[in-house]
Structure formats: structure tokens, C-alpha cells
Design a protein around this ligand. Sequence first.
Ligand code: AMP
Ligand code: GLY
Length: 436
Amino acid sequence: MKLLVIGNGGREHALAWKLAQSPRVWKVYVAPGNAGTVREHKLENIAITAIPDLIRFSRNENIAFTVVGPEAPLAEGIVDAYQAAGLKIFGPTQKAAQLEISKRFAKDFMQRHNIPTAAYATFTQAEAAHQYVDQQGTPIVIKASGLAAGKGVIVATTLETAHAAINDILVEQRFGNAGTEVIIEEFLQGTEVSFIVMSDGQHVLPLATSQDHKRLLDGDSGPNTGGMGAYSPTPFVSPSLHAQIMSKVIYPVIQGMAHEGALYTGFLYAGLMITPDKQIKVLEFNCRMGDPETQPIMLRLKSDLSMLMERAFDGALDQTETEWDRRVALGVVMVAGGYPENPAKGDVIRGLAELVREQDVAGDFHIFHSGTTLDQNKEEQLITAGGRVLCVTALGDNLKMAQQRAYELAARIEFKGAYMRHDIGYQGISYLHKLV
Ligand code: AMP
Ligand code: GLY
């Protein structure tokens, strides 16, 4: 069968690569894809992005089903449009995607269904928001309610930053429509983990756990980014915590959405804070896989992903199991100079050709592309084309070994201004170290 993956990041590269491993799949189109997907066996990029064109393509090419990578097409209603056209697509409807699209919706939903999250208040008027911040004091977290590409969250340690954030969002409207409302949230301390499941509307199938690294600099300092690296599984989710996350967060979401008339299908990503006393609090929901979490997760997945998705279309995820590589996978994101504010583009990437040859033989790593393209003017040379450029993802017998392997490989790749964190996995490593 032929499949279609929508998106152009590292997440989509990993999803398409994994789907293509199924013997039942002979072609995975990626719309629009990147220079990494262009080179993979059985993958083919297509330069289509508008929803009606994607629908026409899926119908004409007899695509068995389509998988949506990023949130933007989900927010635009791509799943509703495909379903109206009688085509199969893996993702939530626009109504169900409100869990990510509107932080206000997500917070109110959690309150309605008793799902643990930080205390909060919402405001559309700056004056009331300023007063509230003065009452609450700092640290405090200010969030634009709508989709703001990961930039609409400000963790304020001073009143000055908190007030400035409110003005930025509500008065200056720095995030446009995404900022007609702010959520002001209690600051939570603890360890963040990513918990991602597949849902068929009624049942869920949890994927392997992971941990992302959102801050730009080592030691989790500097500005928030889309994610600088991730690993799977994370030791912070013990079996008992796993059971609690399922019963206190995941099932209540799926049941609550069904109850409210918005069946939740597709990937559901819960960003969780595990507080020092082992309480779970939801920081956010995403209605898609995480990037870069997908890269290590897919490297470990042994089950046939196309089959898991078909089980979801059949509403049979309760009778489905997954098989995972017992090793740990860790991905290090290499970003362009100037990321996240103003990333450079068009720089030649060197060192990859040899690594790609090795990767097919070694089988314990894969280099997933994000912002890369082939320079049409220069004999199709590989160049950078976005903030996050590559995610070097490697397996190891334990977290430390996966980390060493990923960094060894990343050190062999060069492009002007290349930057990466050097401590991906450090929290997990130091936690495991304390246990022995
Ligand atoms: P979000 O997009 O809502 O997950 O927020 C982005 C990042 O801001 C999170 O990954 C956390 O690192 C941080 N953050 C969000 N909400 C809180 C909170 N209530 N307390 C502490 N940190 C937070
Ligand atoms: N890695 C965080 C996200 O995908 O939202």
C-alpha cells in the first residue's frame, strides 16, 4: 500500500522512515518533506501543502491512509476535510485538536474532568491580568492561549517580566490572534517528561516514554526552543507512575473528550511535570507527536507502525501491543546559528554522506533531517534551510552509552554556525547514578 505523511520536520522524517519499514508498504509520500526524506528508500517528496490539493492527491494515488505530523494542518481542519471526502487520516479533528490549539480550552477541560494541572486564571483585559500578577507574586507563568509556535510561554521570575509579558501578548499583540487571551499559571517545580499515546477515540495505546530538552543552553538555561534533544525511555516514569499517568491523565482525557462529543483520535502528547513529591501535573497537551521525541521513539519501535495505525482506524487499540528495542535511544538536535530567534540558512552541510553509508550497515543510529534542502544551483549540495537542522539519534545499551554514541556521530557533521547542547540526557543520567 501507499501512504502519505504531511510535514517537513525531523518528526515526519522519522514517522515516514518507520512506516516505510513495513513489508506491506511500498511507498510513503512526504508532503513536502526535506532533503532527508528525499534520500530514503521507498520515500518520495511531493511539493503539495494546500488541503484540497492533498485530498486530490490522496484520492488519485489511492493512498491507504494519511498521517499528519504538525499541529497547523490539524488546526486548519485537515482531518475533518479528509473524513468528509471519505479518506482515511490519522489525527484528531479540529474540535478535538482544541486541546492544543487553545490553552484556555485545555485548562478548562482539565478542570471539568479533574485532571491535575497548575492552578490558573484567564484574562482578556490587561489591567485585570496585571492586578492578578501583583497579587500572586513571582515566579509565575504567562501563556498566550493560542498556537504560538512554542514561543507564547514566559516563565517570569520578576514582576517586571511578568507585566511585560502581559503587555506583549494582550496589548502589543505580539502573537496576533493567538494572544487575545492570556493564561496566568502557578509556577511548578520538578522534572518534565513527555508521555505520548495513540488513541482510536475509545482506547489508547501508550508509546514509549521520553524526555525532551526545551531550553537552548546546557543545564536547561537560555530561551525555550522547539526542543534541543530527547531520549527514550526516561527513568523518571516508573511503572507505578506510568499507571497513574494513564488513570489520572490519559483515560480521563479520552473519556472526557468522548463525553463532550469530540472523539479524540490520533496521537496525544501530554507534557507533564513530575513534582518533587511525585505528583503529576499536566503542563500542556499537543495533538500530535513531539519533535524531537519522535526520533528516538521511532528508532526504538519494533512493531509495524502502519499496522498500529490500522488497528486505530478499526477501533482496536485495546487489543494491540507494541514491541520496543530494549536499548535506550537518544537524539541530539543540531541547530543553525541564530536559532531560535533568527536562524541562518543556506550553509553547506558536510560529513553526512559517509555517516549515511555507515548508518545502513551499523543499524544502531539514524540521522533525521529537519531544516535541510538540496541546493538546486550547486549540483544538489545539501544545505541548511531552517532552525533545527538535524537530529542525530543513536541507540545504546544504557542512557550514557546512547549519549556517547550520539555525540560521537554528531561531532563528525559540520556546517557554519552549527550549535548543539552537550548535555542531552543529563537529568536521567544523574538520576540513575544516584540509584546505584
Ligand atoms: P508549554 O508550551 O505550556 O508546555 O510551556 C512551555 C514550557 O514552559 C514547558 O515545557 C515548561 O518548561 C515551561 N512551563 C510551562 N508551564 C509551566 C509551569 N506552570 N510551571 C513551570 N514551568 C512551566
Ligand atoms: N518537543 C516538544 C513538542 O514537540 O512540542
